[in-house]
Design a protein around this ligand. Structure first.
Ligand code: ADP
Ligand code: MG
Length: 341
């Protein structure tokens, strides 16, 4: 393992780091501000991963006065109505609800505590919630103190929320929509270049290296991970050659980061897909994947039914692409292909 000699400050290369200067996205920022100016009630933010949606929303929350109740829910970690309600309860009351409360009781408490207080609830990566009982949560929230409560829904998967929600839920929410366009290679270069300058020692990043990364992926989270992996594996200068060499390793680092809050079974499932792809190419059918997972799993394995849900999670994280086939002898089948940079 080489030392971190080209890194001066590792923080700016973390994806969770929020630099004070954000490149562009001015109109999106202004639209988000309109919630607190009471011009907009509910918002739906959508766009591919790594386009700054979460970052902008967290910036917005941070600047709000403390008189406003704010609740940020990362749905990949709170993917059921009950988990989300507990989190909202905790934010609006400042108390830990503990276990064993009934959903209806949590809802009543939240209703009572938000009656006269301006409240903002953000549901980030909402698709994880919507694959469970999220629709019901959204419906109820949309009817809770609508004069005071605003909901921001963020998705990297869904572009048309009206297609994803029950009609009554959508019409009760009536969210204004903000689409985040993907960055161009030039914009990606600019954003990554700024982070690299804040993190790396001067003259340690070759321009061609950054051009190569920015033309390969416009997902800033992927780009940052790639830069970090390259920096860690370089002693003097990050060149195009060195980023090409670390491409595979960097993608593995990105996958681990994305799966951080998921189970060991998710990781084994992903490993199974990668192994099978390497041996047989793509696409792979799910039966083979589940068999390989069984071979890899040293501890107690989970049922194919659970694995199918976990595979869906990998899909929602954009780590794999699935193609569905209907009909035929086996009914509905899925073919899987993994993503890359
Ligand atoms: N315009 C920008 N300027 C600076 N950093 C950005 C910009 N857009 C995205 N980023 C950075 O890219 C990473 C991914 O952003 P994030 O908000 O998590 O994306 P999303 O939620 O759309 O997946 C974060 O580290 C964020 O700081
Ligand atoms: Mg996000």
């Amino acid at each position: 393992m080489k030392n971190d000699s080209v890194i001066d400050d590792p923080a700016p290369l973390q994806t969770s780091y929020r630099p004070s200067s954000f490149v562009d996205r001015e109109s999106e920022r202004e639209q988000i501000n309109q919630i607190q100016e009471n011009q907009l009630r509910n918002l739906f933010l959508h766009g591919p991963r790594g386009t700054g949606k979460t970052h902008l929303l967290l910036d917005h929350i941070e600047k709000l006065p403390s008189s406003i109740n704010t609740c940020y829910i990362p749905c990949r970690r709170c993917s059921t109505q009950y988990q989300a309600l507990k989190q909202i309860y905790q934010s609006v009351t400042g108390e830990n609800p503990g276990d064993g409360h009934h959903t209806a009781k949590l809802q009543r408490e939240i209703q009572d505590r938000t009656t006269d207080v301006e409240t903002l609830i953000v549901l980030d990566d909402v698709d994880f919630l919507l694959s469970n009982d999220g629709d019901s949560l959204l419906y109820k929230l949309s009817r809770t103190n609508p004069e005071n409560l605003s909901i921001v829904i963020i998705s990297s998967q869904t572009t048309d929320l009206s297609q994803r929600l029950e009609e009554r839920t959508y019409s009760s929410l009536q969210p204004s929509r903000i689409g985040f366009e993907p960055y161009s290679a030039g914009e990606t270069y600019q954003v990554l270049g700024k982070r690299a300058r804040d993190s790396l020692k001067p003259e340690t990043l070759h321009r061609n290296a950054l051009t190569y990364i920015a033309s390969t992926t416009q997902n800033i989270s992927k780009g940052l991970t790639w830069l970090k992996t390259s920096a860690k594996n370089t002693e003097d200068r990050i060149t195009e050659e060195s980023v090409r060499q670390t491409q595979r390793q960097a993608y593995q680092d990105y996958v681990s980061q994305q799966l951080r809050y998921f189970t060991q079974h998710h990781r084994l499932l992903h490993q199974a897909i990668e192994e099978l792809e390497e041996e047989h190419g793509t696409p792979i059918n799910t039966g083979k994947i589940y068999d390989r997972y069984q071979e890899l799993c040293k501890s107690e394995s989970v049922s194919n039914r659970r694995l199918s849900d976990f595979l869906k999670d990998l899909e929602l994280l954009d780590l794999v692409e699935a193609k569905y086939h209907y009909g035929g002898r086996k009914g509905k089948t899925r073919e899987i292909k993994s993503s890359s940079f």
